[in-house]
Design a binder for this molecule. Sequence first.
Ligand code: ZN
Ligand code: ZN
Length: 283
Amino acid sequence: MKMRSVAVLAGSLLLFSHYATAGHTWNNYHWARTANPVPLKVVDSVSSDWQFELDTALDEWSKPTGGALDVFNFPIDSADDSNRARKQCKMTAGQMRVCNASYGFNGWLGLASIGLDSNGHIDRGTAKVNDSYSSYWADPDEKRHVMCQEIGHVFGLGHTSEDGSSQKTCMDYSQDPNSISPNQHDYDLLAAMYGHLDSYNSYDDGSSGGSGGGDGGDGDKPCNPNSPKCNPRDAGLGPNGIPPMGVRVHKGEFEEIWVASRPDGGLWIHHIRLVPDAFRIIK
Ligand SMILES: [Zn+2]
Ligand SMILES: [Zn+2]
């Protein structure tokens, strides 16, 4: 088991270098789909404090400007925003879940997690914002900025700058009030990343409740426990549907990336937006 996960991880590092030329995307990760736009189901696990930011971000991401390809729309918005659901922020195969909760003083403001199936396509994702750092969220622009950015990561976008300079997009690390929405460059990147079509859908298109979990169940659909193929942790989800963080493969001034292997040959990849030093000390 140990050997296998090391091998998978080595493979993922090769994957990183292979896609290193893809600039500003998150290693060109994308959802597989046979047609655009993708009707990506979003599970709304945010409290009323964050409803405006979530709705605004989804609206902005689904309405590209400047003639860019329309990649996403969000037709079904199921709500699951009990305290427990928000705190767990369970992965659901084929869908994106967006959550806020007090996750503790763990160093991160935002955490975007994506699952990659064994073909390297995104097959589920969560975007979380951490209410524990409430003083940071006193700035309403930063609420929009971080919410917009974590959702952008779940589409496969990276950062347009990692030095804190403003690029007038929510995908930067500045605190520029103009950096609260996607910009034209983001829409153009999405159009480029999603300009091709794939041979299957990795999002939940209603046919089988989502793909990519392997054939033994994916952690949110129980399988027959008497079947030798049944493995409720097939996609490597931990207890409560939460993926393991794995190992840190990148650390920058503002962000970290963590990777864990999935037993089905896929990966979990996590993008952490770190808390600025000024907000770290908690009294
Ligand atoms: Zn593809
Ligand atoms: Zn980020």
